[in-house]
Design a protein around this ligand. Structure first.
Ligand code: APR
Length: 248
């Protein structure tokens, strides 16, 4: 089947859906200029993000890890949401029952207007104390080793690192939502990181139709009902154009 025919079928699916759950990854922000994790431009200095985004790296070299996050915060602050983010915010507004679950920590979905949004890996714009309960949203410039204003200990980025559990309650909620979907879309993620990479299976097991939109094939591609290959910023606007507005 041609890509255009698949696209029309997915559009019809969305039009007739009861509940749509979308999972996004770094590919959705690529066209905004945010480097993906595993792409060619993903390296920072000589480091792979996976080697820095971890608790043991932070413990051993907090200044290096903060330097990396301050670089990311600055880079993302200069980026704008792209047509993929905008289309997903439009999809939310057009549908009666919708949830966007993102692995991205860049905040671009919220900036594009998404509100039914779960940032399952936290946010670059959250900081929290490594010792006490202090946590805050912070869009400003941070020092190399920022200190907690309450207890003076080291602050850390409010993101979920490799080897860390998800924020309490988030996984349970995500599982419930994904299980309840009748249409599940996986967009711009390499599907290599769990548990998000298994969400499509959960959705499928509960009867959902599954759709992948990604530049490259992933380990999940062959198991999807529809796989649309290309740029999220080109495919998503096409998908949402002309959708029936069924929001109540
Ligand atoms: N449109 C659609 N897909 C794209 C685009 C684009 N313009 N550009 C790149 N992609 C695809 C790539 O082909 C790749 O499959 O997006 C995917 C990005 O994969 P990763 O870099 O692995 O990012 P992601 O899947 O979000 O990583 C998951 O791993 O490092 C951790 O916690 C971090 O949330 C992150 C998680």
């Amino acid at each position: 089947m041609t890509m255009q025919a698949d696209l029309e079928m997915v559009k019809a699916l969305l039009d007739g859906s009861r509940k749509v759950v979308v999972l996004t990854g770094a590919g959705v922000s690529a066209e905004s200029g945010v480097p993906t994790f595993r792409g060619r431009e993903g390296l920072w200095k000589t480091y792979r993000p996976e080697d820095l985004a971890r608790p043991d790296a932070f413990e051993a070299h907090p200044e290096l890890v903060w330097e990396f996050y301050n670089w990311r915060r600055k880079l993302v602050a200069e980026c704008e949401p792209n047509p993929a983010h905008v289309a997903l915010a439009e999809l939310e507004r057009a549908l009666p029952n919708f949830l966007l679950i993102t692995q991205n920590v860049d905040g671009l979905h919220a900036r594009a207007g998404s509100r039914k949004l779960m940032e399952m890996h936290g946010s670059l714009w959250q900081v929290k104390c490594t010792v006490c309960t202090h946590a805050r949203e912070d869009f400003g410039e941070l020092e190399d080793l920022p200190e907690c204003p309450v207890c003076g200990h080291l602050l850390r980025p409010g993101v979920v690192w490799f080897g860390e559990p998800l924020i309490p309650g988030v996984l349970k909620l995500a599982i419930a939502q994904v299980s309840d979907a009748d249409v599940f879309l996986s967009i711009g993620t390499s599907s290599l990181v769990q548990p998000a990479a298994s969400f499509y299976q959960l959705a499928k097991d509960h009867g959902a139709v599954t759709v992948e939109i990604n530049l490259d094939p992933t380990p999940n591609t062959g198991f999807m009902d529809f796989a649309l290959h290309g740029k999220a910023g080109e495919i998503l606007p096409e998908l949402v154009t002309g959708l029936k507005d069924r929001a109540t």
